[in-house]
Design a protein around this ligand. Structure first.
Ligand code: GLA
Length: 387
């Protein structure tokens, strides 16, 4: 969505072109899945697909918001206790409240927003929306009380926890806010230290294959996974009271072995995946420095297997996409993001790219009668104001 187009919609709805336009991207993650809320490492980067929002203070206490993609409109008072019902507006409402709690004096505003981050694809369209408003509202209302980029990240995450009900980690909001063109970021989710990592794999490309399915299971399987990890960490803490165990980050393979009989087999399987994934991120970092992409790819396949068998966040369609990638000789392939549908991320040799894209498209269509969406990854910039 171009800047001109959101301004046009803004003008149609609110009768003025006076607004500021902000943009925040979705993300990919090379490796390190379900490690963020376990205090581990992640390796994301922002993408070019993003959310764009035109925003202008309106001099009242009312928020008036229009979603171009969903053709939906809502209004609410800034200090309303409950906020709007529709999820897309709850993100906006939640972020405004969270920024207020962090000292930004937010008043009424008008906004129109749209985006091209595919929904339900595991590319973090929600974080893109949260970060866009965190960045934009901070810019418009801070008036000397501006918050840091990390506060924006945390405001987005808190919105998920308190207003949406997903107990997510910080990877998605972090990637959306801090992204940089051509660079992946290795983030330590416990200390919040991170470094940019130029990503230019000579001879290879990253491509997403969107299964275009989302299996909404009953309850909240994402939160269930998180709870499994917390239970195992708590069991280890109980056994070793002299140590401080906050998350699985503080645990070793021996620790898991030691609490095997105190936890369910399912919880142990989940924890096993997380510990393995923690090691894989570090192996991938090392391999990237050496330019050893074959090794990177092997770790990606291992992650897929773990997410599918132990963490159980895959589905038939994603396993099939992974299998086809393997058969095509793709270097690395795995589920990306929270799981239960969405995309696989694939590291493909340039010479194989066309063959892979054609084969996976044909075979997936033959089997599920769905044409998968092929998305070439271009690592882009994080949250910003469009001049
Ligand atoms: C979702 C969450 C993230 C992270 C991933 C899995 O995208 O929002 O915090 O846990 O799943 O790695």
């Amino acid at each position: 969505m171009e800047k001109g187009l959101v301004i046009k919609y803004f003008n149609e709805r609110f009768g003025s072109e006076k607004c500021s336009v902000y943009v925040s991207p979705g993300r990919i993650n090379l490796i390190g899945e379900h490690t963020d809320y376990n205090g581990g490492f992640v390796f994301p980067g922002a993408v070019e697909q993003c959310i764009v929002a035109a925003i202008a203070p309106n001099g009242t206490n009312r928020v008036r918001a229009y979603s171009i993609d969903l053709t939906d409109y809502a209004e609410w008072e800034v200090d309303d206790k409950d906020g709007p019902d529709a999820t897309c507006f709850r993100f906006v409402y939640g972020v405004a409240r969270e920024l207020t709690d962090r000292g930004v004096l937010i008043k009424g505003f008008d906004t129109v927003f749209a985006g091209d981050v595919p929904l339900g694809a595991g590319m973090s369209s929600s974080a893109a929306l949260e970060s866009c408003f965190a960045f934009g509202l901070n810019d418009l209302f801070a008036d000397g009380n501006s918050v840091s980029k990390w506060d924006m990240v945390l405001a987005g995450q808190a919105t998920e926890h308190k207003y949406i009900g997903t107990n997510c980690g910080i990877m998605d909001q972090f990637a959306s806010v801090f992204g940089k063109k051509g660079q992946l970021m290795r983030l330590d989710c416990r200390s919040h230290e991170f470094e940019y990592f130029p990503f230019n794999p000579e001879g290879y490309r990253l491509v997403l294959v969107n299964s275009c399915v989302k299996h909404e299971l009953a309850g909240s399987p994402y939160n269930d996974r998180r709870r499994s990890c917390e239970r195992v960490a708590a069991a280890i803490q109980q056994l070793y009271t002299e140590r401080k165990i906050e998350t699985l980050r503080d645990c070793t393979w021996e620790d898991i072995e030691a609490v095997k009989s105190n936890c369910t087999a399912e919880d142990i399987r989940r924890a096993t995946f997380v510990l393995g994934e923690k090691d894989r991120v570090l192996t991938v970092c090392d391999a990237l420095v050496k330019g050893d992409y074959e090794k990177v790819g092997k770790q990606m396949y291992l992650t897929h297997t773990g997410l599918s068998r132990d963490y159980e966040v895959s589905c038939e369609e994603l396993d099939y996409l992974n299998e086809v990638a393997r058969e095509c000789g793709v270097t690395g392939s795995r589920i990306m993001g929270g799981g239960f549908g969405g995309c696989t991320i694939n590291l493909v040799k340039n010479g194989l790219y066309n063959d892979f894209v054609q084969t996976v498209t044909r075979r997936y269509k033959e089997k599920y009668n769905i044409t998968p969406q092929i998305i070439d990854v271009i690592i882009g910039d994080g949250s910003r104001k469009l001049q």
